[in-house]
Design a protein around this ligand. Structure first.
Ligand SMILES: C[S@@+](CC[C@H](N)C(=O)[O-])C[C@H]1O[C@@H](n2cnc3c(N)ncnc32)[C@H](O)[C@@H]1O
Length: 298
């Protein structure tokens, strides 16, 4: 349930520098599919013209957008710098006192897993997708990945995405695994990073209640999320981290949900909105405004 997207240097004809897992695209594709399946299974309608999607079109066609959102203009370039921004955040919180081991949960094709090897001696990327981990291992071996990017209709363009050659890829390993059922011999880490993956986990709440055990004292947890619990894969409501209304009418939104669960074992160090652009096709992309939060294990 993810979309491959790429960014490349448009000034030169050099081939792609990186392969990204399209978190936003994956979310929206997932949402679209779930909403469509939930409301129109078997009716033969397209996913985007019915049911809850009509509210999206209503807001698009008639809605008056909130000032706060209108002010969030981001450039294409800024959106494509998502992984660099994530790396900056990791670099900022990497210090000598934490163990030189990092874990990237929901690593997909491993872009951030490789980047973390610039900061840590050992990095493990873990993902439930067998196919992604196979590809990540191939990228580890070859330092690059060949792929096709959809231009229009049946027309695609061939690219080769390369891992930064400064990265020592032997520091990285990839394993297939479920965040909610991790191997017991993983040991402890200095940093754990979860980028747009938490909402995919079968039980994100349970995962968050236990994640401190994987970190050394003073270790850093970085979560980047769009908080799309409801949209994805029909996650039962009692497992949502936020986005619900309490019995007393109080709305629990985004970071408040994380705080409710993590505050006992973690100190919140930073909150940062990290815009991203996921390219679907030549003339179509998606903007995301995920929230990055940095937590230090007490
Ligand atoms: C939207 S992608 C994000 C990938 C990557 N973190 C990034 O931001 O580029 C979400 C990833 O989480 C993985 N995933 C979903 N459920 C998981 C689970 N229970 N444990 C580990 N990974 C999981 C998916 O296979 C997918 O590769």
């Amino acid at each position: 349930m993810f979309l491959l997207s790429v960014y490349y240097n448009m000034d030169t004809s050099k081939t792609a520098l990186a392969v990204l897992c399209g978190a936003v695209g994956g979310c929206i594709l997932g949402a679209g599919y779930m909403l469509w399946r939930g409301h129109h299974h078997g009716h033969g309608h397209g996913p985007f013209t019915q049911g809850e999607f009509e509210n999206i079109w209503a807001h698009t066609q008639y809605g008056e957008e909130e000032k706060e959102l209108l002010e969030k203009t981001i450039s294409f370039k800024e959106g494509l710098e998502y992984y660099s921004k994530i790396f900056e955040l990791c670099s900022k919180y990497k210090n000598e006192s934490i163990t030189s081991r990092a874990l990237d949960i929901g690593c997909s094709l491993g872009r951030t897993t490789f980047d973390l090897a610039l900061l840590f001696n050992e990095v493990i990327g873990i993902d439930t997708s067998v196919s992604s981990i196979e590809k990540a291992n191939k990228i580890k071996e070859e330092g690059q990945i060949a792929y096709k990017f959809l231009i229009e209709g049946e027309i695609t363009k061939d690219y080769v995405g390369k891992v930064n050659p400064d990265i020592d890829r032997s520091r990285v390993s990839f394993i297939v695994g479920d965040a909610c059922d991790l191997p017991s011999d993983l040991g402890q880490f200095g940093m754990i990073i979860i980028l747009n993956a938490l909402h995919h986990f079968p039980d994100p709440k349970k995962f968050l209640l236990n994640v401190h055990k994987l970190l050394v004292s003073g270790g850093i947890l970085i979560i980047d999320e769009m908080y799309v619990w409801h949209d994805m894969l029909g996650l039962p409501k009692d497992r949502w981290v936020s986005g619900y209304v309490k019995e007393n009418g109080e709305e629990v939104l985004g970071i408040d949900g994380l705080k409710n669960i993590l505050s006992e074992s973690f100190e919140l160090l930073e909150t940062k909105e990290i815009p991203s652009i996921t390219r679907w096709k030549t003339r179509m992309c998606m903007i995301g405004f995920s929230e990055g939060t940095v937590w230090k294990r007490k």
